[in-house]
Design a binder for this molecule. Structure first.
Ligand code: CA
Length: 251
């Protein structure tokens, strides 16, 4: 029923980048088959055995690391203990997480399929399915995702600041401002996660990279320069706010 045929196509690992997949499935046998097939394809796989754990896994990216999104793809069973697949999907989309979702279901009815897609799943597969088919669908979703993120990084907007990632341009109160590459990266990061608090170390890591040798005062200096360019009154910033004892926040 669940065949695990080998594949001849270039896997994610072959193109030098390991895609991370979250498998949410309560049935142990199917879960193990999925993990096996996906790992063979070169993906890094994590699992969740019920809805609550899945949500925890999906939300960990907000607080514990600095990745834009922890997973590149989610394979989500419809019928799950605790919280079902439809509700998980709805929640993930409600939170603005764009991760591609492939929904699995034992039922094959049209209603399930439509409902799944309506709540924001990207694709739908009915059990039983072959692992070959599953892997092909995953590959297609990941390819689509890669294309869309490569071609259209979204324009970022907050109050009177607009940042165009592709053009490396920033408008403040409709006027173009010149930012250094580091200032630009810093602002882009801030605007991608408004109201998130960043420590100086996290900012150094994200903008200057883990190999940067120097101290966190570098961050403070760049923040001061950015404020001078963005804020109407740099001594009373409304965009880049100091969070005493923690670091900085945008918005
Ligand atoms: Ca199930």
């Amino acid at each position: 029923m669940y065949t695990n045929e080998s594949t001849k196509y270039a896997s994610a690992a072959d193109i030098g980048q390991k895609s991370r997949v979250l498998v949410v499935e309560d049935e142990e046998l199917i879960r193990e088959m999925l993990v096996l097939a996906l790992e063979e394809e070169g993906y890094e796989v994590e699992t969740a055995i019920d809805g609550r754990l899945a949500i925890e896994q999906l939300q960990s990216f907000d607080s514990s690391n600095n990745e834009t999104t922890a997973f590149d793809l989610v394979i989500l069973d419809l019928m799950l203990p605790q919280i079902n697949g439809l509700d998980i999907c709805r929640l993930v989309r409600h939170q603005g997480n764009p991760v591609p979702i492939l929904m699995l279901s034992a039922k094959g009815s049209e209603t399930d399929r439509v409902l799944g897609l309506e709540v924001g799943a990207d694709d739908y597969l009915t059990k039983p399915f072959s692992m070959r088919e599953l892997v092909a669908r995953c590959r297609a979703l990941l390819r689509r995702q890669r294309l869309s993120t490569a071609t259209q990084a979204p324009v970022l907007n907050y109050k009177e600041i607009t940042l165009y990632p592709q053009e490396c341009r920033v408008l403040v109160r409709s006027e173009e401002v010149n930012l250094s590459p580091k200032e630009f990266r810093l602002l882009e990061l801030f605007m991608s996660y408004t109201r998130r608090v960043w420590s100086r170390e996290q900012l150094l890591d994200q903008v200057w990279g883990p190999d940067f040798v120097g101290d966190s005062k570098t961050v403070d200096v760049h923040i001061r320069w950015l404020r001078e360019k963005l804020e109407q009154d740099p001594s009373r910033p409304e965009y880049i706010v100091t969070v005493r004892g923690f670091g900085y926040r945008f918005g």
